[in-house]
Design a protein around this ligand. Structure first.
Ligand code: MG
Ligand code: ZN
Length: 186
């Protein structure tokens, strides 16, 4: 029996978007996040965060600071009984300043490396997994990997570039709306 999961984009989806922020004091969950994640977890979904973190390649912050930000998110959710099953992030950017991260990789969204890594580790059936994000690159990542996809349509997508993999199954107003859609349509 394989597992099912929801992959959440971090910035602008799970937490309010503050570009390249790792300061715990500026981390706020988005409206409906706690309630939505609770519903997903209660219905047997594992919960993962998957995030492009090119701030590492750009030299804006280092790994310990990012880990601290993840811990802060965990704490904010813990108080409502939600726990995160894993954090996946891509530290890369081909034109980055930090040598170890300055490369073409297979994990930077819209590539699917993070989802595949989680699939191996947690025995996931990606067909029964959902990707939830605030821009179409998140949607493309999910659709390319064979997941189902929901766009939180909160104004963060501004380009609306079309393409084979860039149509979400549903546009949600927030994570609570997304969770209710998932439960009704899984
Ligand atoms: Mg985002
Ligand atoms: Zn990467």
């Amino acid at each position: 029996m394989k597992n099912k999961a929801v992959f959440l984009d971090k910035d602008g989806t799970l937490i309010e978007n503050v570009p390249y922020n790792v300061n715990p004091k500026l981390i706020r969950l988005t409206p409906g996040a706690c309630e939505g994640l609770k519903i997903m977890q209660k219905n047997g979904f594992k919960i993962f965060i998957f995030s492009n973190q090119s701030g590492l390649a750009r030299g804006y912050f280092m790994l310990p600071a990012l880990n601290k930000a993840f811990k802060t998110i965990e704490k904010l959710l813990e108080s409502s009984g939600v726990n995160i099953d894993g954090f996946y992030f891509c530290p890369h950017l081909p034109q980055g300043l930090i040598k170890t991260y300055a490369k073409v990789c297979s994990c930077r969204k819209p590539k699917t490396g993070m989802l595949k890594k989680a699939r191996e580790k947690f025995n996931l059936d990606l067909k029964n997994c959902w990707v939830v994000g605030d821009i179409l690159n998140d949607i493309e990542t999910g659709n390319r990997a064979g997941c189902r996809s929901i766009l939180v349509d909160n104004g963060h997508e501004t380009e609306w570039l079309t393409g084979k993999f860039r149509t979400p199954e549903y546009k949600a107003s927030d994570l609570l709306d997304a969770a209710n859609f998932i439960i009704k349509n899984e």
